[in-house]
Design a protein around this ligand. Structure first.
Ligand code: NAI
Length: 339
């Protein structure tokens, strides 16, 4: 079977992870072309990755008739239009989250995805491909926890990245902490419970990074939510974990509970020294979700080859964005929002 020819847009923080994964860990695909607005990144693609087809324009890249699929890892504000353009060219699409930043826009993209059922569309909710989350999902599906009553989700970026985020936030739109970060937890809550969010109430502050107030961003954002089936969810997102990259999920059921990433352990090592007994922690998302990022791209290519829809659809993108936008609205209005 010939390899799926992928054109990737964006070679930044996450783009480089995806590009190297396609090159080294996705057997069924080839990194055929890349697009980036940064010359240095294209040099890296040519020199370090051996990509021959390098473009400064995404629209030019997708003109290439040889392409089968695109992987979109550009800033979030470009996703909606780039997904649409790729589908119009008859390409399969893997897009990073979120699907877009504005609801009307996203609804049009989802309609476009619906009208192109013969093309695979997959959204980058990579946590669903992490082996610990898959283990937990199986336990929930087997009924090991009974009925889910509550979930608690933490997603806190490392303090080491806070300064660069402040610089980023001054120049670009992330969509805000709920759309940028909580969206992963929103997706997990929907995935584990099979239920939709009904009401949300959010709070936020910039105690750890007052500069973020100037660019209307939050360092910490939290939300208490009720789902249609009565499940309670508490979601906390932040950008200042001093100990590393902290992603933790707790699922409480009538027959038991599960914690994933209770402590963000790097490996099985424990250090005993003058600092006491220390467990090294994972430092950033590419480290914690290394295999999940590989697995999600392999699943995308497998769906293309098998001509099957992916497990993470446009509707997952739309629903999670609706919740994230409601969370932002609740924070701004200080009101409970009903979806
Ligand atoms: P970044 O700012 O580091 O990189 C953005 C890249 O897009 C750069 O290569 C830049 O040259 C390129 N770019 C910008 N405008 C462009 C345009 N008009 N045409 C072509 N290329 C353009 O951003 P980062 O952190 O890599 O994030 C990219 C996306 O990935 C975001 O949507 C973000 O939400 C998502 N992301 C997802 C994560 C996850 O856990 N699944 C983790 C980090 C980011």
């Amino acid at each position: 079977m010939s390899k799926i020819k992928i054109g990737q847009v964006g070679l930044g923080r996450l783009g480089q992870v995806h590009a190297e994964n396609i090159l080294n860990h996705v057997k069924g695909a080839e990194l055929y072309a890349v697009a980036s607005v940064v010359e240095k990144e294209l040099d890296y693609a040519r020199d370090a990755l051996g990509v021959e087809n390098c473009y400064t324009s995404y629209t030019e890249m997708i003109e290439d008739e040889a392409l089968d699929a695109v992987v979109i890892v550009s800033p979030s504000g470009f996703h909606a239009v780039q997904i649409t353009q790729a589908l119009d060219k008859g390409l399969h699409v893997f897009s990073e989250k979120p699907i877009g930043l504005e609801l009307e826009n996203i609804k049009q993209v989802v309609e476009k995805i619906d009208h192109n059922q013969d093309k695979v569309f997959q959204l980058g909710f990579m946590r669903r491909f992490d082996e610990s989350y898959q283990f937990a999902k199986e336990a929930v599906q087997n009924g090991d926890l009974g009925k889910i009553t509550a979930m608690r989700c933490y997603g806190i970026d490392p303090s080491a990245g806070l300064d660069s985020f402040i610089q980023f936030a001054k120049n670009s739109v992330s969509g805000g902490i709920f759309l940028d970060m909580s969206i992963h937890d929103i997706d997990l809550v929907r995935w584990f419970t099979g239920s939709e969010f009904k009401t949300v109430y959010s709070l936020g502050n910039n105690i750890a990074a007052p500069e973020l107030s100037e660019c209307e961003e939050l360092e910490t954002g939290a939300c208490l939510a009720e789902l249609e089936d009565g499940t309670i969810a508490y979601l906390l997102a932040g950008r200042n974990a001093q100990h590393g990259y902290h992603v933790e999920t707790e699922i409480i059921g009538t027959e038991g509970m599960i914690r994933i990433g209770n402590a963000p352990e790097k490996n099985l090592v424990t250090v005993y020294d003058k600092n006491g007994v220390v467990r090294p922690t994972s430092g950033h998302f590419p480290e914690r979700f290394k295999l999940a990022f590989i697995n999600e791209l392999n699943a995308f290519v497998e769906s293309i080859n098998k001509k099957e829809p992916s497990s993470i659809t446009g509707i997952d993108g739309l629903k999670s964005t609706e919740v994230a936008i409601a969370m932002q609205e609740s924070f701004e209005s200080k009101k409970i929002i009903t979806l």
